[in-house]
Design a protein. Structure first.
Length: 489
């Protein structure tokens, strides 16, 4: 059976909206560290007036005992440009609470009033203010070059009240800058006021939408399945901006976990939230191979060889950008602006690389290159896909065959092309019972063992935006072929 003859049936669809996290830190409120002289977990950085401060009942409490206004600022720890800070308040009256980020690049502050007013200041100058409804639960979410502030309603609904980009935050992506930056908690009470903080934790979030799922595979295209879980690169899309998250998934269940996050340095010391990575583990080399789209550096491709496992925790990858070509020739193995969505595989000793590239007709095609020299060099052009508007392509191993599957077409719903490995001009299409309703999804099809049988699962996404930002999509869709005996057994 050919891959395009398989009927995929919708198993479920989901948006993981901010439901998965990488825990980075938290404020412990079990002991009264205000009064002790045996430790100092949250050092005092600044105090004004004479507010009463204590930790009691698993809460941090600041109140105006003297009937006068006063404030306190305490160190939380280091700052990371993609941290989300969740503040849960038990009582909040005639008071302010907020976060302050101090660095050599400047001072950035977010403050929230008990009446619901949210303010953002840069170097002491207020550059944004919004009046929201009062709430006891707030999230201040940094995402590289921007910050979003959310309020959580009594029924658990999370609503964004402010989202702004900042040149200061963008500068803080430099490692030598954010490494010495510190984040602190600031609280202020007016006469008769109280600020009772029940919980403060910080983490990386899976985002408001998810896109670009692709399995981490072995060099021959076999998905890496460990302890019953697949590992996926996936774009965590924020209100503005995105970054490369690593998720694991039990492919017969709706069970996703956030395992890690990758950031990329193209040689300028700046950590960037580039996405659409293709990662292989080459068992012959004992190395991890990576191709990625460096959207942050001119929308070109970058690559790297990693000696260590990139799947877990927060990691940075030093990538080399493809060299630019001149004069422009879309069949030359060199960088072109707007290149994206690369994919790599080794078949019978030959490396195959697919690059999503704008052709002479101004539309995206997949250009197929091969190399006998290695995964990063010596590539020569073979052929390219017809038509246009391709995206999200992946080499798919199905039994003893390898196909290339990609999304296509702005104008029609859910068109997914299937090409033979050695002929990118001969096109068929994936079949499904209920399509995703979107356009230009991803051809992430994976063959996995299932007891004594095998099955195909297909994970894709639509382009339903989660915010006003054009790339804040999408929802995830999972399809299943049903089980079958292992092909060739």
């Amino acid at each position: 059976m050919e891959l395009y003859e398989v009927m995929f049936r919708r198993r479920f669809s989901i948006n993981l909206f901010r439901s998965l996290e990488l825990r980075v830190g938290e404020m412990s409120l079990h002991k009264d560290w205000v009064q002790t002289n045996r430790g100092d977990p949250y050092p005092l950085l600044e105090r004004t007036g004479a507010p009463e401060e204590q930790v009691a009942g698993n809460c941090y409490i600041l109140q105006s005992a003297s009937g006068q206004q006063g404030s306190v600022r305490r160190l939380l720890g280091s700052y990371f440009p993609w941290n989300n800070y969740a503040l849960q308040l038990q009582e909040f009256r005639d008071a302010h609470i907020g976060l302050v980020i101090e660095s050599r690049a400047g001072r950035f502050a977010v403050t929230i009033d008990s009446a619901g007013t949210v303010c953002v200041e840069e170097n002491g100058i207020r550059n944004a203010e919004v009046n929201a409804a009062p709430a006891l639960n707030w999230i201040v979410a940094f995402h590289g070059t921007a910050v979003s502030i959310y309020r959580q309603t009594d029924n658990g609904c999370v609503e964004v009240v402010l989202d702004i980009e900042s040149e200061l935050l963008a500068a803080l992506r430099r490692e030598d800058c954010f490494l010495t930056a510190k984040a602190s908690l600031w609280a202020e009470v007016r006469p008769g006021g109280i600020c009772c903080l029940r919980s403060l934790r910080w983490f990386l979030s899976v985002g408001i939408s998810q896109a670009d799922p692709k399995p981490i595979r072995y060099e021959d295209g076999t998905p890496m399945l460990e302890n019953g879980r697949l590992y996926l690169t996936m774009s965590s899309r924020c209100e503005t901006g995105c970054y490369q998250s690593i998720l694991s998934w039990s492919p017969t269940l709706c069970d996703f976990r956030m395992e890690g996050a990758l950031f990329f340095d193209s040689g300028d010391g700046m950590w960037c939230g580039d996405v659409a990575s293709s990662i292989l583990y080459d068992r012959t080399r004992g190395k991890w191979l990576l191709w990625v789209c460096a959207f942050s550096h001119g929308h070109v491709l970058g690559y790297a060889e990693l000696p260590s496992d990139p799947r877990f925790g927060i990691q940075v990858v030093d990538i080399r950008l493809m060299s630019a070509q001149a004069p422009p020739d879309d069949t030359v193995f060199a960088s072109m602006t707007n290149d994206e969505d690369p994919d790599l595989i080794l078949v019978d000793g030959i490396w195959h690389l697919a690059i999503c590239r704008i052709g002479e007709d101004g539309k995206y095609h997949y250009f197929h290159f091969i190399s006998e020299r290695g995964p990063f060099s010596g590539f020569r052009f073979v052929d390219k896909t017809p038509g246009g508007e391709k995206t999200g392509g992946m080499f798919v191993r199905f039994g003893n065959q390898v196909s290339f599957v990609c999304g296509s077409d702005f104008k029609r719903r859910a068109v997914y092309d299937v090409y033979p490995l050695l002929d990118f001009t001969r096109c068929n299409h994936l079949q499904c019972d209920y399509d995703d309703g979107g356009f230009r999804g991803w051809g992430t099809v994976m063959e996995i063992p299932c007891g004594t049988r095998h099955r195909l699962v297909w994970l894709t996404f639509d382009r339903h935006n989660g915010s006003a930002w054009n790339w804040s999509y999408g929802n995830l869709y999972v399809y299943d072929s049903g089980t079958y005996p292992p092909i060739g057994k």
